[in-house]
Design a protein around this ligand. Structure first.
Ligand SMILES: [Mg+2]
Length: 196
């Protein structure tokens, strides 16, 4: 299978660092659980542009990884499947990202094949790429993929506060994983009913 692994919210906890910068700047005390939707900036009372401005201030070296030893899981998956890391960010950020991944022991040729960078918008633009399975935290991508079921694409939705409202049981192409152990479990079961 061709598998697209997201970065933010799946390999690294980008929003932890976004919140730290936001809270400093606005003297606020927001937490991850306050991010309840993809367009969370609307709840925070800031513009989309300001939201992106804060993203662009983030230094990846300050961002915590999502779980210790994710590289072991990716290594297992990439031995059996074709894993690309697919992320929405600026092309100019590629070098910093590759370095960040290396500090997490995630290496091209071992844990993944290609690092693919896509535009930020539309948020669903990954859906048209040539992958069978997406490991992603985006509720918008989950909804988009479930509406194109004939394409036989599935998503393992990595649980985050902003995707709680997506119901895995209501849709056959969405599997939910609370951690990377569960991601592995789903991939072993593939193909199965939820992929039909
Ligand atoms: Mg993400």
């Amino acid at each position: 299978m061709k598998i697209a692994v997201d970065v933010d919210g799946v390999l690294i906890n980008l929003m932890v660092e976004w919140l730290r910068i936001y809270n400093n700047k606005y003297n606020d005390n927001k937490r991850l659980a306050d991010i309840k939707k993809w367009a969370f900036y609307e709840d925070f009372g800031i513009s989309k542009q300001e939201c992106y401005n804060i993203f662009h201030l983030i230094k990846l070296k300050d961002v915590p990884e999502i779980e210790p030893e994710v590289y072991r899981c990716l290594n297992i998956i990439n031995k059996k499947h074709d894993v690309d890391i697919v992320t929405a960010r600026r092309e100019s950020a590629r070098k910093e990202l590759v370095h960040k991944l290396q500090t997490m022991n995630i290496w091209q040729g071992k844990q993944y094949d290609n690092l693919v960078i896509v535009d930020y918008e539309p948020h669903t633009n990954k859906k048209d790429l040539d992958y069978n399975v997406y490991i992603d935290d985006s509720p918008e991508l989950a909804i988009a993929l479930s509406s194109m079921r004939s394409a036989k694409k599935c998503i393992v939705l990595y649980t985050q506060p902003w995707n709680h409202h997506i119901n895995q049981y209501g849709n056959n192409c969405i599997a939910r994983a609370d951690d990377w152990k569960e991601v592995l479990k789903w991939l072993k079961q593939f193909p199965c009913e939820w992929a039909e």
